[in-house]
Design a protein around this ligand. Sequence first.
Ligand SMILES: *[C@@H]1O[C@H](CO)[C@@H](O)[C@H](O)[C@H]1NC(C)=O
Ligand SMILES: *[C@@H]1O[C@H](CO)[C@@H](O)[C@H](O)[C@H]1NC(C)=O
Ligand SMILES: [Zn+2]
Length: 539
Amino acid sequence: MEHVPTSTPCTCRFLCWRLVVAVQACARCCLRFAGESGDIYAAPAPECGALKAALSATNGNAQASEPPITEGRADNADTKTEACPVCLGVLQCMDSGALPSPSSDVTTAVQHASGNPQPWIPVTTASIAAIAEAVKQEDHEFDSFWLDISLPGSTQVRQQAVWHWLRRDAAAAPALPGHSPSVDVTDLKAALRHTLGEPLAQQLCSRQDPDAELRIGLTFAHPATAAEADFLFGSNSKGRGAKRKRGPAHVQLGRSASDALAQAAAKMLEAKFGEEVRIPPLPPAQPAFVFVRAKREAVYVGGYYRKLQRDISHSPFIIDGVRLGRTSIQEELERVVLPHLRCDSSKFISAGREDMDVRMLGSGRPFVLEIANARARMPPPECFDSMAASLNESGVGVEVRKLQPVNRDTLKLIKAGEQEKQKSYLATCRLPCLVTPDVLDKINATENLVLQQRTPTRVEHRRAMLVRQKTIYSMSATPVPDDSHGLMLRLRTQAGTYIKEFVHSDEGRTTPHLSSILGCQEPAKILDLDVLEVHMDFV
Ligand SMILES: *[C@@H]1O[C@H](CO)[C@@H](O)[C@H](O)[C@H]1NC(C)=O
Ligand SMILES: *[C@@H]1O[C@H](CO)[C@@H](O)[C@H](O)[C@H]1NC(C)=O
Ligand SMILES: [Zn+2]
């Protein structure tokens, strides 16, 4: 069969007439079956009754004998705009009038299926303004947005049913645009985007951009048809491909529309399909519920932190309700950065970490704050300088360098840095033996010393018990004035080397250790440790 080009709306009026009169499809679903795409959808929808009248006039009485399918439906489609049996009202959600209010069970089910605590807002008036109003509730600053649309899987089953119905009648065959509904019928999601994308952009004084940070989620839920797509996946395939999330919700929403579902529907033979689904589909008692949620994708702020004082933990360190340390790096960074972004939450990620009693000197340690659902735009560079200055000058002992917006890829660098980058340390130690020129020579001459480190006792509770092999690339030492046993030890090591344990041996769990390479009997002691450098550039 040849594809019928469709350059004007409803090229094949007979097709439209059949859909409108017999199936009671909405005008936009007719456009979909005619293969239309583009701005035509955004025009105010002709009411089905008006379209029907216009089409009947054109077609004369020849086809007027086809009766509308009214089974299970009391109202007369001529007098009232009803929910479309194909799209379940999705393409009518902006055409004025009231939309049904979801019960709290339905709202809970939508919330649960999204796997995210941010609330979904039900839209109960069918208008672009009502959708825009729901978007504005979250008070985001944005220049562009993109619609993330989720539709009931039953819309795809119903589309397939209409397709079969149209093909059953040989007379209608020439009017069919192409071979398969998944190829030749304009996809419902695409049609919805054409229908409300631009009008919504105008309402929001914004524009559409698939890469926009601001995502406007539009979820349509139709519990009454939730089970309609289940047969496509067989009775024994529960779980596989089903993506049913079990949860507290009493309402099942069924599968969402997807390419896989459309393909499964298209692949099934008509006879078998017809055993499961009413062909053509009947109008639903009420249209799908509409939910909206605006959310900014994560944004990232990074830099290097320095920690000039001890007794500061990495993240808040609370045991049995008691805080350890004066403050934490995470809290200090968040305190200066987050108020400018008005976000839901943030995550602190750094290239490794140091203990609470260890300073972080030199050019600092790379970190990234991952910021969820910021309402504000990313501030300009000057603003980051003043955030840095306020932390530097606060006197808490935490400073920040090169604070700036970064992109998501830096997370990979940070994670790689944690595993791979070399670190330099300064350890103040006490040796059991005297610090002689010979001892200093021996230390300075050490290169590529390979250690076997069993998991230290102090981290046993959070790390797997195993022996890690780590390398000290180089060392150098200077004596501590007025202390014949004191040693300032500088080391450059592989990431993940336990320095304290190399010095005091952790009761023999680290071999060799400082004393053992010097030939002293007892293990050495560690008094202080500083990280001098994390050898890594990332911004
Ligand atoms: C904050 O301190 C760091 C050193 O830790 C310095 O490099 C940076 O320039 C300072 N920033 C501001 C804005 O004072
Ligand atoms: C060991 O190296 C340090 C740092 O390079 C140097 O200051 C010190 O003089 C060296 N000591 C000896 C004994 O070579
Ligand atoms: Zn429709």
